[in-house]
Design a protein around this ligand. Structure first.
Ligand code: SAM
Length: 247
């Protein structure tokens, strides 16, 4: 009889092992907020071991129950307010904006990248409601503003000395690969399908495009947003400092 796992054949061993945890944890079993919506439940850390640290940044619920949020190690067990306040001390000078006339599904992932690259603010132009699905709750750590039109957005930014640069593959767009991006700039992205609206094109101080080489006319707006933000990071961010998180 083969009752030791090492005695089992490869396929049999897999069949006899306890099944892996469910890919998605029921909401009631998750950390109090900001959980990973997908993946294994052991993401993050368990309850704090030993005497609890003292300070306003520590969240007693997370210390007691564990912190399963998708946050960098620096913010483990911190309250959401404390994380946001800390981010506020070192946000970058670029903003991102996206037109939202058709509830574009890309907005959530743009917000997530804006958090990762630490944008100053995220601007939604058009409909107030937007599809939060791809944001993975990163919107809670961002400053989001709504504008009814692109001229409203441009007026708000210009009053604060921030240039508005449209991102689209339009005739006359500057090549991103050689453009010197302003330090204080807002990148405005168009929607899947129509791209930047006519009103947006007129309101922008400049537009730039990302070089492509294949057969498709364009890349996904969220992919374009990540490329634009990272180009700003390459040109302006402090990449040598300890705030540049790489895992
Ligand atoms: C899928 S594109 C749609 C429109 C696009 N103008 C076209 O010709 O098909 C949606 C958005 O993604 C961004 N985008 C996609 N590809 C881009 C590129 N190569 N350069 C700059 N932006 C791009 C722009 O913000 C654009 O408005």
């Amino acid at each position: 009889m083969r009752d030791h796992p090492d005695d089992l054949g490869r396929d049999e061993r897999h069949r006899d092992e306890a099944p892996p945890p469910e890919a998605t944890t029921p909401p009631e079993e998750r950390a109090p907020y900001d959980p990973m919506p997908h993946g294994r439940p052991e993401v993050g850390v368990g309850p704090w071991e030993g005497p609890w640290p003292e300070g306003p940044q520590w969240d007693p619920v997370l210390l007691a129950e564990g912190d399963r949020r998708n946050v960098v190690d620096r913010y483990r067990y911190w309250t959401l307010e404390a994380v946001r306040a800390d981010l506020d001390t070192r946000r970058h000078d670029f903003h991102v904006a996206i037109e939202n006339w058709q509830h574009d599904f890309n907005i959530g992932t743009v917000v997530r990248s804006a958090n990762a690259f630490l944008a100053a603010e995220v601007h939604i132009v058009g409909n107030r409601r937007w599809n939060r699905r791809g944001a993975m709750v990163t919107d809670r750590y961002q400053h989001l503003r709504h504008h009814g039109s692109v001229p409203d957005l441009a007026a708000d930014l210009h009053a604060r000395g921030v240039a508005l640069w449209g991102v689209d593959n339009l005739p006359g767009s500057l090549p991103l690969e050689t453009a010197a991006l302003p330090r204080r700039v807002c990148f405005l992205f168009g929607q899947e399908g129509p791209g930047l609206s006519e009103q947006a094109r007129e309101a922008c101080d400049a537009t730039f495009s990302i070089a492509q080489f294949g057969s498709t006319r364009s890349i996904n707006a969220s992919a374009a947003a990540a490329i634009a933000m990272h180009t700003w990071v390459v040109q302006h961010a402090d990449l040598a400092g300890e705030d540049a998180w790489r895992g």
